[in-house]
Design a protein around this ligand. Sequence first.
Ligand code: ADP
Length: 267
Amino acid sequence: MSLHTEWDNTDVEAAEQSTILNVKDLNIYYSSNHAVQHVSFEIKEKAVTALIGPSGCGKSTFIRSINRMNDNIPICRTDGTIMYGDVDIVNDNIDVTALRSEIGMVFQKPNPFPKSIYVNIAHALRLHGVKNKKELDDKVEQALKDAALWEEVKDRLHSSALSLSGGQQQRLCIARMLAMEPRVLLLDEPAASLDPIATAKIEELIDKWRKNYTIIIVTHNMQQAARVSDSTAFFLNGRLVEYEKTSQLFTNPGEKETEDYISGRFG
Ligand code: ADP
């Protein structure tokens, strides 16, 4: 399925620098709580963008808006625009399932289905029309390889996903997302519940993917943001305080609030 967005891919290098998501005056409310306030910025294609800031500053709310996950929260209201190609994610009447295939998401806590490893990936592929057994097998294998999980599970594809460790479950959720061949990966603190070794594996994957995907990662871990991202957006109390190249933001922040946060004075 495709949203039929129009892209100018005539020049690969220019495309790598081009804007894939253009956020304009985005506001998100939970009843009267104005959780995201007048946020505007452009997210570059095939780059890693980190969202940092203290707990409760609106990072998750913002990232969820990119693939319309806030639709599931009745008290949540959004205004402003998020342009994705020629589609306005906030206001257009779009096929949300198709959107979520193109803009995949992984959450803090791994959430595999209580089914086999194989079915966790094959289910969505089947829904998207892949019926041929061989094609399904190949796509499941490729997704598990892309998520660096294949070697660990190839002999037990029909075991329950819940028998995997937390880190493996998270990589299974990643494989499930990658099987849909997304353009954009939304990672909401993907390593929050993992140990340092499992965390390092996720960071290695992000590094491997950076040429092929646009990645947006929420993290409260500033070292992680500094390690993995090209650009960083610093949020505070629902506002976007500063958005800069990561090296610049961490060494020479333009705003006093950013400096206070990265030097550990609050949050
Ligand atoms: P962060 O990801 O930076 O920790 P969140 O986006 O989770 O911040 O939260 C931003 C604000 O929105 C907070 O005030 C939080 O209490 C509120 N909030 C987040 N999720 C919900 C929800 N499902 N229902 C009501 N309020 C929410």
